[in-house]
Each structure stands twice: as structure tokens, then as C-alpha cells.
Design a protein around this ligand. Structure first.
Ligand SMILES: Nc1ncnc2c1ncn2[C@@H]1O[C@H](COP(=O)(O)OP(=O)(O)OP(=O)(O)O)[C@@H](O)[C@H]1O
Length: 237
């Protein structure tokens, strides 16, 4: 459902992505893990049509994002939880999103409930939201059109343990309904709790992919991650 095929991206001197290929199947959560600067956001931005690959292709439902008709009905994106205007209320942000998609206002109330924001909170300006509340709002915004694919950049940032548990439940419900979820993080523990499948990236290259059990190799995901990213650093030093 989500497919990266030999994607490379170069910014002047920096090779942010180097021949990246992997796919995300319907009904699964894929955790996209990598240290700072590994290329995660670049890959997700390319998938969401916000940056062009230097070569290769990234598609959702077989098409590049820009070629999807009514993308909000197919793909939900959360790339920056702080992207919304700080002076707007959470309810206004969702209402504008619903209007753009031609959805009834009743969808706003449904989404608020889905992401656990109260009526009172929804009437406050987003500038006064905690990071966790902004993440919930951003996830709600991504879900407005009931998309079949979700792209989430660092959605666990700022969520407390209850928030992580809530997100795990939400993503489980979505994947049971057939949704494909790609989420990036450098928070290993959170990804381990949430993802069915993991793609590890370092220095713009896919270092490994598989289930948590496969990648843990009996020594834990964290050790695998540290070893692989150190090897990638050494090979490019
Ligand atoms: N617009 C840009 N112009 C120049 N270089 C960029 C640009 N965007 C990203 N880069 C570089 O590309 C590389 C990958 O960055 P990217 O933000 O994709 O990594 P990341 O894995 O998301 O990191 P983090 O976990 O810190 O958010 C970095 O070296 C970064 O400096």
C-alpha cells in the first residue's frame, strides 16, 4: 500500500537518502527507526509529496501523493504537530480540515472523541496546547477523511505513558480495519510497543528490516539498533 522504490535524495552535498526501498502492507504498523539525521523526515516528506526524490519513487496506493485524487481520503499525514496556527482552536483546525474534505461537521466531534480531546480543550487555542495535545490533534486531523494509509512523523513525541497506550490502541483498531501505518521515531521502546514491522535506517540507507523479534536477535532491539547505526557511521567515516 505504501512503497519506496530505490529512493535517493541529495541536498547539495548531503545524501539524505541512498537507494531506499521498502513497503508497508495493509493492516500493519511499520516503525521507521533511525538516529537523528538518518533521513526519516526526508523519506516521509517525499511520500507526502512535499519533497521530490532525486531518483526513485515513493507511492501510496500505487501513485505518487501528488497524483492521488482527494488525497485526504486515502492518506492521512502528521509531519509536524506544531504546524497549525497557534491562534486557532483545536476545533477550528479540525473544522477547516473537514470543510476542505467536504465532510460534515459531525465528523469533527467524532474525531475529537477518537483522539481523546475534550470539548473544553477543543475550544482552546492550539498555541496553549501541550505537545501531547498537539500530537493528538494532529493525529485527529490526519484521520478526518478515514484514510487507508497513515504517515506519522514522530507521533509519540510528547505523549505520556497513557498517551502511548492510547495511541497503541488507536493504531491497533486502525490496522484491524486494514489501514497501513508508517510511523517514524528514534524512541525505540515506543516503537517496539507499537510496530509489527520495523525498518531501520542510518545515514540515508536501510540497515535492516523485519519484525521486532527478528531484529532483536535475542539481544534486544536497542543493541541491534546501536550496532547497526555504529557500523553505518564507520563505513561512511
Ligand atoms: N532542506 C534541506 N536542506 C539541506 N539538507 C537537508 C534538508 N533536509 C534535510 N537535510 C539533511 O538531510 C539529512 C537527513 O535529515 P532528516 O531530517 O531527514 O533526518 P531525520 O532522520 O528525520 O532526523 P531527526 O530524527 O533529527 O528528525 C540530514 O543530514 C539533514 O541535515
Amino acid at each position: 500500500m505504501i512503497e519506496f522504490h530505490r529512493v535517493s535524495k541529495t541536498y547539495q552535498e548531503v545524501r539524505a537518502l541512498d537507494d531506499v526501498s521498502f513497503s508497508v502492507q495493509p493492516g500493519t504498523v511499520t516503525g521507521f527507526l533511525g538516529p537523528n539525521g538518518a533521513g526519516k523526515s526526508t523519506a516521509l516528506r517525499i511520500l507526502a509529496g512535499l519533497a521530490r526524490p532525486t531518483s526513485g519513487s515513493a507511492t501510496v496506493l500505487g501513485l505518487p501523493y501528488a497524483e492521488l485524487g482527494h488525497p485526504g481520503y486515502h492518506v492521512g499525514t502528521l509531519l509536524d504537530a506544531s504546524a497549525h496556527h497557534p491562534g486557532r482552536t483545536g476545533r477550528e483546525v479540525l473544522t477547516l480540515g473537514a470543510m476542505l474534505l467536504g465532510l460534515p461537521r459531525s465528523r469533527v466531534a467524532e474525531v475529537l472523541e477518537l483522539v481523546g480531546l475534550t470539548v473544553k480543550e477543543s475550544r482552546r487555542a492550539v498555541g496553549g496546547y501541550s505537545l501531547g495535545m498537539r500530537q493528538r490533534l494532529g493525529i485527529g486531523h490526519a484521520l478526518l477523511g478515514r484514510p487507508r494509509a497513515l504517515i506519522l512523523d514522530e507521533p509519540a513525541n510528547g505523549l505520556d505513558p497513557q498517551g502511548i497506550q492510547w495511541m497503541r490502541g488507536l493504531l491497533r483498531d486502525l490496522t484491524e480495519a486494514g489501514c497501513a501505518v508508517l510511523l517514524s521515531s528514534h524512541l525505540l521502546y515506543e516503537v517496539e510497543q507499537i510496530a509489527d514491522h520495523i525498518v531501520m535506517i542510518g545515514r540515508g540507507r536501510v540497515l535492516a528490516e523485519g519484525t521486532v523479534a527478528e531484529l532483536s536477535r535475542g539481544r534486544g532491539l536497542e543493541q541491534t539498533f546501536l550496532d547497526l547505526t555504529a557500523d553505518a557511521d564507520r563505513s561512511l567515516a
